[in-house]
Design a binder for this molecule. Sequence first.
Ligand SMILES: [Zn+2]
Length: 212
Amino acid sequence: MSPDSATSGVENLASCHDCGFVVALAGEAHHAETRCPRCRAAVHRRKPDSLNRTWALVVTAAMLYIPANIFPVMRVISLGQAQEDTIFSGAVYLLVHGMWPLALVVFFASVVVPLLKLLALSFLLISVQKGWSWRPVERTKLYHVVEAVGRWSMTDIYVVTILVALVSLGNLATIEAGMGAVYFAGVVVVTMLAAESFDPRLIWDRARETNG
Ligand SMILES: [Zn+2]
């Protein structure tokens, strides 16, 4: 069997996004919807309109990232004095008060990682649009890292929770979530949706065209 016939037989097969069942797609009719015989979910050879959807979500997340860092994520009222902290000033506050491991967690989880994820997704999108055949294995790994990091992005929310607990122990202070926290949650959720809508098989479509 030649390598060509090995791939041509696979062309009409696709795995169900939901349950992983391998389904034979109905011929050339790309618009015809195929349903998974096992779980009835819609099956596509590639996620529909993946590049446009992912770009739209990446741009949205990037726009939310700005107010997430400008507006305070929390407001602490202690002994009648209110103090508002953004993500960055919160990290500095923790650092100044000797809680540097927590400061690093806040800084990396809230400032660095969301930005790196958006940059990585933009890079993957551009690489597919430009039709690069460059290092498909590494680019697929990069995608898996971005996807896997998603579930750890809520770390910052846990940090705020810990702070609420710490401050509440004093019993003299109240702590409230600020507008920035809403935008930050938006960044996290929209970035997760962006990673989900990207189809890593697009990386390999081009790589196979070039190698074959
Ligand atoms: Zn299924």
